[in-house]
Design a binder for this molecule. Structure first.
Ligand code: HEM
Length: 547
């Protein structure tokens, strides 16, 4: 239960922030972006926007209730039968219930607005409820539990959340406007104007969220040592990297809008902007999942004893000779220590060697695949298209190693489901193995089809994205030991890189061939960096004697 709860909490937190963004972002999008006017096309856009707000507000209410339910179940494990009563007495529980109720009310009000998108009273009710939903979040963040600058941090976090929602949620609404415009030429005619208005709103919201991030980072991280040496800091760095990647796409869109404003030419806005908006949307949604993961970890400032030094983190990524010898399955099964135990004192040399070999060999295989894929882009040689088969073989390797280490049949006496559902680590490693097998086979098939199969090529970016997200929300103990952090930081880096592999591959598929090739090469380079993290992986920097 604990394992599943940790895993579900990460996913649920991200889904909750994504739903919040689409709901709040939609309200602002309708107000500041959608062209005013009483013609049918403008009304259709506003109605579509209200519909999406209703849907996301309903999803937010459900996610919030599920998150509360999960908390009560977890607390029941510690507090017994009166967990619910004691939980309901906390400000966080009351704020959670209030947010669920307000979101449900917002869903109903937005549905009413959808039927008549220009009714001023309905619009005002939607505005009021959206503002209350945003404010209720103040008691659900770290700030509410701080002793110093509590009120200021609550306000700043909510404003940062709202600015993030206006950008990330607005992108979802922009994408919806594009899709509606493809079916309805009158709506399509409004597209360049809509993009131009959104670009101003997006610019202002990104500037605001960056400015607001400064006091948050200063209050919760406080120093470079905290940024590099804790799980919280690593996630803040991940957010900065994702933000930079999203801004690269945003800059392209901004340039297209400027050309449209100055020359009236809408070619770029119509051809490339929708594709880049798709990539930007994915990156901002991943940012929201990362933010949720961040807010479930103790702030870096509170981790004083178990911080890793900058030198120790550099050591994690520094080039090292990979371990190419593994302990036998027998030796692992005879080893009493928990194979996924917090890296540190209770880990034996056998457990370390087993883990290092698994990671290093996977890295070497991925390195070879990335090199072949890069050669393929440079040369166009057909045989290089078979490289994805290597991912499937790697998936089998990961799955078998994860079954062996737990002594699951046929390697030992244990049944599959008992261990898989009992530990978040076990479940994530099994899912990663299965995901890799599916990913490899489908991508291999897609690359053989020479573009005739129009859907299959999208499975690879979708699954790579899912894998990246899984790594970014990878659950960890509340106050994790330094040795665990030294492992986590590699997984966080790989999660970030997997997301970049996915987004650049998507761009490769969607953009015109010349730009697509550049995106394809970027995708292979990101894959190569994942490979290098794995090749140089040495668990928690512990040097173990060769088996
Ligand atoms: C300059 C880069 C950024 C930094 C340094 C940063 C930093 C932070 C920090 C320190 C928090 C407080 C989390 C807590 O309560 O412990 C936070 C919250 C949050 N951030 Fe950012 N952030 C950045 C960019 C972004 C971006 C680009 C987005 C989304 C598009 C975003 C979305 C959020 C959200 C939604 C929260 C609230 C999380 C929650 O309450 O569950 N942030 N951020």
């Amino acid at each position: 239960m604990q394992g599943f709860a940790d895993f579900a909490d990460g996913i649920l937190g991200g889904a909750l922030l994504a739903a919040l963004a689409v709901a709040l972002g939609g309200v602002v999008f309708a107000w500041l972006v959608l062209a005013p006017g009483s013609d049918a096309a403008a009304r259709a856009l506003r109605a579509r926007c209200a519909g999406l707000v209703a849907l996301s507000a309903a999803a937010l209410a459900l996610c919030q209730l599920a998150a509360l339910d999960l908390k009560v179940r977890l607390l029941a494990g510690y507090l017994g039968p009166d967990a619910l009563t004691r939980f309901l007495a906390t400000p966080a529980a009351r704020a959670g219930i209030a947010r669920a109720a307000l979101s449900a009310a917002l869903a109903v009000a937005a549905l009413a607005l959808r039927r008549d998108p220009d009714a001023p009273v309905r619009r005002a009710v939607v505005w009021l409820l959206a503002a209350l939903v945003a404010v209720s979040g103040a008691w659900l963040v770290h700030a509410a539990g701080r002793l110093e600058h509590r009120d200021m941090l609550m306000v700043v976090t909510v404003l940062h959340q709202v600015a993030a929602s206006v950008w990330a949620g607005g992108l979802v609404h922009l994408g919806a406007a594009w899709r509606l415009g493809r079916r309805d030429p009158a709506v399509g005619a409004l597209w360049p104007h809509t993009v131009a208005r959104f670009s101003r709103v997006a610019l202002a919201s990104v500037a605001a969220l960056c400015v607001l991030a400064l006091p948050l980072a200063s209050a919760y991280v406080g120093s470079i040592a905290g940024l590099v040496g804790t799980g919280y800091g690593a996630l803040v760095l991940t957010k900065i990297a994702l933000l930079a990647a999203a801004l690269v796409l945003a800059a392209g869109n901004f340039g297209a809008v400027r050309r449209y404003r100055h020359s009236g030419s809408a070619a770029g806005v119509r051809e490339r902007v929708p594709i880049r908006v798709e990539g930007e949307t994915i990156l901002t949604m991943v940012l929201l999942f990362t933010a949720a993961s961040l807010s479930s970890q103790p702030p870096a400032r509170d981790i004083t004893h178990e911080r890793a030094s900058i030198g120790e983190v550099v050591e994690v990524f520094r080039p090292k000779i990979p371990a190419l010898r593994t302990p036998s399955v027998r030796a692992v099964l005879d080893d009493d220590s928990d194979p996924y135990a917090v890296a540190g004192g209770e880990r034996t040399a056998v457990a370390y060697s087993w883990s290092n070999f698994s990671h290093n060999v996977s890295g070497l295989a991925l390195l070879a695949m990335s090199a072949v894929a890069l050669v393929g882009i440079a040369s166009g040689w057909r045989w290089t298209r078979h490289w994805p088969l290597g991912i499937a073989v790697l998936g089998v390797f990961v799955l078998l190693r994860s079954l062996a280490v737990d002594g699951i049949r046929p390697f030992g006496p244990n049944p599959f489901w008992a261990t898989t559902l009992g530990s978040a680590e076990d479940m994530q490693h099994r899912l990663a193995g299965l995901l890799a097998i599916a990913l490899g086979l489908l991508e291999w098939r897609a690359r053989q089809s020479d573009g005739h199969d129009t859907r299959l090529p999208y499975v690879f970016p979708a699954l790579a994205l899912a894998g990246g997200l899984l790594l970014l929300v990878h659950s960890h103990a509340a106050f994790e030991a330094k040795s665990s952090y030294l492992v986590q930081v590699t997984h966080t880096a790989m999660g970030l890189l997997a997301v970049l592999v996915a987004c650049t591959r998507l761009l490769e598929l969607r953009l015109a061939p010349a730009a697509g090739r550049v995106a394809g090469a970027a995708s292979c380079v990101a894959m190569l960096l994942v490979a290098l993290v794995l090749v140089f992986y040495r668990e928690a920097n512990v040097v173990v004697p060769l088996p």
